[in-house]
Design a protein around this ligand. Structure first.
Ligand SMILES: NC(=O)c1ccc[n+]([C@@H]2O[C@H](COP(=O)([O-])OP(=O)(O)OC[C@H]3O[C@@H](n4cnc5c(N)ncnc54)[C@H](OP(=O)(O)O)[C@@H]3O)[C@@H](O)[C@H]2O)c1
Length: 319
């Protein structure tokens, strides 16, 4: 078993498995898992709801024979849609969109809308944990997270009791939450030992910086590239060219998404940076950028961050 305390002292690149069994068919998911693992990725993020309920099964199958070399995080609180609806969406995503590319977004939206946010109850926690253990074909889950919870949900005695009991039985090694309310990020992150891990989206605002700086729980960050899409940096090759001209040490960065990922890796001193990756080149590049992220000095990256921020046109709440 990998010592979870390492997540408090080292940075890890984690494979986000949210598309497995959904937009990434099982075969693609298996290839991504094998490629990532072979190149040293040991952290895998999944949830009961991912891939319309199929992602855990795919990860569990892959984990056979290497479970002790993997850290698997899963979540409860959002349920996948019932089987007939799931089959329809999957069939539609794989077939209709080939003929009608414009249908892709409609189908994806239908799939997302079909996910039901459950109440965080002790019964839901218990039954979701049993299903996750069965799907993952494992005796234990390393990190078990409330999926998009409110801080009040984490404070509930009845839920904590279920999770602490599961921990005593060895069914989970640690538990925490993914953030459903941005305002509580810092409170959640510094509430350790209540929450041993907190998962939240990447940002470049002061809340994000302060939260990372004061974290006592294990920070797990996601959606760097989704942030990029809404940052106003799309298509701004000129910004990358200028930065590379001023910082020749960053010559190995090929695109603005890569620069943002590199900055994100650099800023995270310890914890996990999640990335969904199914394209082979993205896996290779992200692992390379991750291993190289200490090559630039903190002063250099501070200057790069300032330049990026001045080029961004973000919604006010993201700045
Ligand atoms: N509430 C929560 O806890 C929560 C919410 C959202 C996400 N998550 C977790 O975080 C993971 C990652 O989040 P995310 O899927 O929102 O976003 P993300 O990892 O920021 O973005 C994924 C997208 O970026 C592409 N990509 C990866 N590397 C790239 C590169 N170097 N250059 C250009 N494009 C690249 C991927 O394409 P390819 O697939 O083609 O490689 C994929 O389409 C999820 O899988 C999930 O595990 C958790």
């Amino acid at each position: 078993m990998i010592d979870l305390n390492l997540l408090r002292t080292q940075r890890f690149l984690g494979l986000g498995c949210s598309t497995f069994g959904g937009s990434a068919a099982t075969g693609v998911a298996k290839i991504s898992l094998a490629k990532a693992f072979d190149q040293g990725i040991v952290y895998f993020d999944v949830a009961r709801s991912y891939g319309y309920g199929q992602a855990e099964g795919i990860v569990g199958q892959f984990a056979q024979g290497k479970r002790d070399k993997m850290i698997i995080a899963s979540k409860f609180g959002i349920s996948p849609p019932p089987i007939p609806f799931k089959s329809l969406v999957l069939w539609g995503m794989r077939n209709i969109r080939k003929a009608l590319p414009a249908s892709r977004q409609t189908l994806a939206k239908a799939g997302v809308n079909a996910l039901t946010k459950t109440q965080f109850t002790p019964q839901a926690a218990q039954s979701s944990l049993q299903t996750s253990l069965r799907e993952l074909k494992t005796d234990y889950i390393d990190l078990f997270l409330l999926h998009e919870s409110y801080y009040a949900d984490c404070l509930r005695d009845d839920i904590r009791e279920v999770l602490e009991r599961a921990k005593e039985k060895g069914q989970i090694r640690a538990w925490g939450a993914t953030l459903g309310e941005r305002g509580c990020l810092q409170r959640q992150l510094s509430s350790s030992p209540l929450l041993e891990a907190v998962q939240f989206p990447f940002g470049q605002d002061t809340t994000y910086a302060q939260a990372l700086g004061s974290a006592t729980a294990i920070p797990i960050v996601y959606s760097v590239l989704n942030y990029y899409k809404s940052s106003g940096l799309l298509g701004r090759g000129d910004v990358l060219a200028e930065i590379k001209a001023d910082f020749p040490g960053l010559h190995f960065i090929n695109t603005l998404p890569e620069l943002l990922l590199y900055l994100a890796f650099h800023q995270l001193q310890a914890g996990v940076m999640l990335s969904s990756m199914t394209t082979a080149n993205n896996i290779d590049r992200n692992i390379f950028l991750f291993t190289e992220c200490t090559r630039a000095s903190p002063a250099e990256m501070q200057a790069v961050q300032t330049r990026l921020k001045s080029a961004m046109h973000l919604a006010p709440e993201m700045v």
